[in-house]
Design a protein around this ligand. Structure first.
Ligand code: APR
Ligand code: PHB
Length: 422
């Protein structure tokens, strides 16, 4: 084996001395802090949890990868279950929702060459649903955090989780050129589907379930009055959906092949495709116009179990994804946080771990109900690429059952409304 010449050995010794000094510098430059709960991700799940914990005097820090401006301009769905609205009201977050959110008795399905069907949530559950954009709810949550004198640590990078399976978890991250170490009692992984929290759980402790659908949704936003009801249109050429944000803002979607590119969808082509999929009387009432936003999203179902590893608790899209059919994603984020915040509050007030222990199972009960509903609606309302005539006939038979059977109508309305929390 070759021996190192003496001058190299000396150079190496000097380098090691320098490196040791640098490490020391890094150690002293690292800002070390402590909080009770670290919340990773400032989407609706993380921000709602932060708000509830702050209200209950539980110290928390919210870390977000993106800038605040980026988070606030993201466009997502806009349907809230009565259960979600109840949670928001309980925590003082529903003033604007109650002032400008539209109360909806349910949603409509229209079908090529068949009568339509109204999913009558109010009739079967006694409560309505609400049209309120996630973008507005996110604004409300940021405003509430600012009012309580807390902030969001945004634009964090290099986030790393440590000792999650011990009683003393901690995180390290960079922000604005400063290295941080944050010690805590618990970590809430609310960092969405692409986040790092779920990936911090060793694979041996985690089981993933999922489906990827063979098509996508192309959505646009347009400054035109919406048609009165959320309306899903089934057509042999694909599904279309009329949704809404406020009396002057409409959101429309069409099913497209996974391979489609936005640049191939100028507004004219979008409108022509959409209007063809609605019955002519409804198509005549849809006010078209220039899009102010346009995006394509693939559809997937995904659940990661359990929603806990040691002191790390997953909530919202970090743990599960639903296809947008049924608009359950935001509602699941709210119910997860309801269960998680209740468990954390109980832990800090009584010292009991019981609710934290049952958090994953409790949250997953609702998650799987929503997975089932959104999977069923997706299969009912979308012609699948390359499906055969047998599959098409079955879909029509399923819709005919819905038209004919009051029991089927009630079952769909109850699932669409979201299962009660307990
Ligand atoms: N560090 C910090 N934050 C992160 C990281 C990271 N490494 N990775 C992702 N994030 C942030 C994202 O930038 C995002 O702001 O976590 C946040 C997750 O927010 P959402 O994706 O909105 O997820 P969630 O709060 O669970 O809300 C679920 O929102 O995504 C929709 O359709 C979904 O309606 C559903 C709801
Ligand atoms: C929306 O408002 O964007 C929306 C509504 C209903 C859905 C999906 C999306 O099923």
């Amino acid at each position: 084996m070759a021996r190192c010449p003496p001058e190299v050995v000396q150079r190496r010794a000097e380098t090691e001395k320098l490196l040791a000094m640098e490490t020391e510098d890094v150690v002293t430059a690292m800002k070390t802090e402590r909080t009770q709960v670290v919340i990773v991700g400032a989407g609706p799940a993380g921000m709602l949890l932060g708000h509830i914990l702050t209200r209950c005097g539980i110290d928390n820090v919210v870390l977000e990868r993106q800038s605040k401006a980026h988070v606030l301009q993201r466009i997502r769905a806009g349907v809230l279950e009565a259960h979600s609205v109840e949670v928001l009201r309980r925590w003082g977050l529903a003033d604007r929702l109650d002032a400008v959110g539209a109360v909806k008795d349910g949603s409509q399905i229209v079908w090529q060459d068949r009568p339509g069907h109204f999913i009558d949530v109010r009739k079967w559950t006694g409560s309505p649903m609400f049209a309120y954009g996630q973008t507005m709810l996110t604004e409300d949550l940021y405003a509430a955090r600012a009012r309580s004198g807390e902030d969001v640590s945004d634009e964090v990078t290099q986030l790393t989780f440590h000792d999650l399976a011990t009683a003393n978890p901690w995180l390290t991250y960079e922000r604005g050129g400063q290295s941080h170490r944050l010690d805590c009692d618990f970590v809430a992984g609310c960092d969405g589907f692409q986040g790092l929290a779920r990936a911090a759980i060793p694979q041996a402790f985690q089981r993933n379930f999922g489906r990827v659908y063979p098509f996508a949704w192309l959505g646009i936003m347009v400054q035109r009055p919406p048609i009165p009801d959320f309306t899903y249109a089934y057509h042999a050429t694909g599904m279309a959906l009329a949704a809404q944000r406020n009396p002057m803002l409409s959101r429309y979607y069409i099913q497209v092949p996974l391979t489609e590119k936005i640049e191939d969808w100028p507004d004219d082509r979008f409108w022509e495709t959409l209007l063809l999929r609605f019955p002519s009387d409804l198509a005549a009432r849809i006010q078209t116009g220039p899009s102010i936003e346009k995006s394509i999203a693939p559809l997937r179902s995904f659940v990661s179990e359990p929603m806990r590893h040691g002191r790390l608790f997953l909530a919202g899209d970090a743990a599960h994804i639903v296809p947008p059919t049924g608009a359950k994603g935001l509602n699941l984020a709210i119910s997860d946080i309801h269960f998680l915040s209740t468990a954390l509050i109980d832990r800090y007030q009584t010292g009991s771990d019981t609710l934290l222990e049952s958090y994953s199972a409790t949250a997953l009960r609702r998650v799987w109900a929503a997975e089932l509903l959104s999977w069923r609606l997706t299969n009912l309302l979308h012609p699948m690429p390359e499906e055969d005539a047998f599959a098409q006939r079955l879909r029509q038979a399923e819709y005919d059952t819905l038209l004919r059977s009051e029991a089927a109508q009630q079952a769909l309305a109850l699932d669409y409304a979201g299962v009660p929390y307990l």
